[in-house]
Structure formats: structure tokens, C-alpha cells
Design a protein around this ligand. Structure first.
Ligand code: B12
Length: 230
């Protein structure tokens, strides 16, 4: 197993102490040293959780969260061009994503969207604060294989549950897109309550899940249909 680059711990310290110049310098260095973008993203996600804890404990204020969001956006901009551009077919599948009503957090969703696009998926991003009905309307038009809902606040769980249930009841089970949910504060219990198919915790897991679902569910269906026709 390759040794972990010590710069990743340095990056984490700099993010948590909101030192934007240092963060960007270290990120560039890590990328030039060949550290995987996904590894850098994992460090960012964990560091942001630490920042969230500092906010909760009163050590940081809302300005801290805003700075963290800003730093994160700049790091994502640096990292995205380094993502592995796969020689993928024109589209591996359609994925509809968005942040649920009442929530404006979008960093994780944007990262996941960019990563899926890089891996050859056709991604439609509905943005933030998206009402359940809009997810449904867009799902009818775009006909996604998967729908990914992001929700970072406990207060957003109601909207999340409503969105999943609306989608589930509006499509016949066989034609319903596979629904996955993601974001800090989502726990297995929320997944169960909503009836979502999967809970994902990071972008690497998301890409893996999409590949698995498309392969297991949709490609199998296509093969079944074509063998029934012969
Ligand atoms: C940055 C930040 C902000 C920024 C957001 C900037 C932006 N453009 O997104 C700003 C300053 C705007 C903000 C505002 C607020 N925030 Co805030 N924020 C955070 C913070 C520190 C980091 C979130 C983040 O970006 N994480 C990094 C990303 C990469 O991680 P992620 O979202 O989990 O995503 C990963 C996976 O889950 C997955 N994924 C995520 N989404 C999706 C979607 C799809 C489709 C897929 C495929 C995958 C996927 O992939 C990602 C990468 O691995 C969190 C702390 C935390 N624990 O997360 C608090 C946090 C979420 N915020 C919180 C709060 C309270 C607020 C405010 C209400 C504060 C206020 N008083 O105004 C407002 C909310 C306004 C609103 N209505 O939405 C709380 C929520 C607490 C709770 N129990 O609900 C947290 C947890 C902080 C805390 N510990 O108290 N916030």
C-alpha cells in the first residue's frame, strides 16, 4: 500500500484553521505530487465536518462556515481538471441531482455531479432548494436511471422524505429511478423512513454505486428484454 502523503494532514490543518492561501498552495503541491483528487476530496470533507463541530461548539461563527465554503469552492476548482477523464461511452446513464427544499448547501452535490460527468454520466443538476414537485417534473422529462438527493441539515429531512415518497408513488416500481440520498446528518434511519434505495457518504461511493446500479438493474433488464425478443 503506498504511504499516505503527509501533505494531506497539513491540508486538513490549514482548512480547519481557514487559511485559504495555504490550502491552495498545498492542494496544488499534492496534485503535482500525484495524490489522487478523490483522496484530497476526502480530506476536505472530513475537515469540513471538523469546522461544523467548531461552529456547533461556538468556536466558529457563520462567517467561519462561509469562509470554509469559499475555500472549498477554490479547492474544487483546482482539483476538477485533474479528475481521471475516462474513455467512457457518450453516456453511461442519466443521473438527476439536486439539494432538497429549504437547503442551500451545494458543495458536495457539485463535486458528486462533476465526478459523475467525468465518468461519462449524463448529469442534470437542479441546483439547491428544490421542491419535491420539481424533482418529479424533471424526472418525468429527463427519465433518469438514478436520482441523487442532497440534504445537509436535519431540518431538511422532511423535504427529503417527501421527495423520495413522491417519486416512489408517481412511478410504477419497475420504472422508478433508483433513488440515493447523501449529505452530512443523514443516517440510516432517514434512509429507512424515506424509502430511498441507497445512502452514499462520499463521491467515490457515489460513482461505484451508479456503476453497480446501471450494470445490475438496467443492463440486465436490457439483456432480458432482448433475449425475450429472440
Ligand atoms: C460549508 C457549510 C455551509 C456553507 C455552504 C456553502 C455551499 N455552497 O454549500 C454556508 C455558509 C452557506 C452554510 C450555511 C448554513 N449552514 Co452549513 N455547513 C457547512 C459545512 C461546514 C460543510 C458542508 C460541506 O460542504 N461539506 C463538504 C461536502 C464535500 O460534504 P457533503 O456535503 O457531505 O458531500 C459529500 C457526500 O455526502 C456526497 N454528497 C453530498 N451531496 C451529494 C449529492 C449527490 C447527488 C451525490 C451523488 C453525492 C453527494 O459527496 C460529497 C463528497 O464526498 C457543514 C458541516 C458538515 N458537517 O458538513 C455545515 C452544516 C451542514 N451547516 C449547518 C447549518 C446549521 C447552516 C445554517 C442553518 C447556518 C445559519 N445559521 O444560517 C445555514 C443553512 C442555510 C440553508 N437554508 O441551507 C449545520 C447543520 C446542522 C443540522 N443538524 O442540521 C452543519 C452540519 C454545521 C453544524 N455542525 O452545525 N453552511
Amino acid at each position: 500500500m503506498p504511504e499516505r502523503n503527509a501533505g494531506l494532514d497539513r491540508l486538513s490543518e490549514l482548512i480547519v484553521s481557514l487559511k485559504d492561501d495555504g490550502c491552495l498552495r498545498v492542494t496544488k503541491k499534492l496534485l503535482n505530487q500525484g495524490v489522487a483528487p478523490t483522496e484530497i476530496m476526502e480530506v476536505c470533507q472530513k475537515s469540513l465536518i471538523d469546522i461544523g463541530k467548531k461552529y456547533e461548539s461556538g468556536e466558529y461563527f457563520i462567517s467561519g462556515l462561509i469562509m470554509a465554503g469559499d475555500i472549498m469552492k477554490q479547492i474544487i476548482d483546482l482539483v476538477l481538471p485533474w479528475l481521471d477523464k475516462r474513455a467512457a461511452p457518450p453516456s453511461r446513464g442519466r443521473v438527476l441531482i439536486g439539494t432538497v427544499a429549504g437547503d442551500i448547501h451545494d458543495l458536495g452535490k457539485n463535486m458528486a455531479g462533476a465526478m459523475l460527468t467525468t465518468y461519462g454520466y449524463d448529469v442534470k443538476d437542479l441546483g439547491v432548494d428544490v421542491p419535491p414537485e420539481v424533482f418529479l417534473e424533471e424526472a418525468k422529462i429527463f427519465a433518469p436511471h438514478l436520482v441523487g438527493l442532497s440534504s445537509l441539515m436535519t431540518s431538511g429531512h422532511g423535504a427529503l422524505v417527501q421527495t423520495v415518497q413522491l417519486l416512489k408513488k408517481s412511478f410504477p416500481p419497475k420504472n422508478c429511478p433508483v433513488i440515493f440520498i447523501s449529505g452530512a446528518m443523514i443516517i440510516e434511519g432517514v434512509k429507512k423512513r424515506s424509502g430511498a434505495d441507497y445512502l452514499v457518504n462520499n463521491v467515490a461511493e457515489t460513482v461505484f454505486l451508479c456503476e453497480k446500479v446501471i450494470k445490475d438493474k438496467f443492463i440486465k433488464d436490457i439483456n432480458k428484454k432482448s433475449s425475450n425478443n429472440t
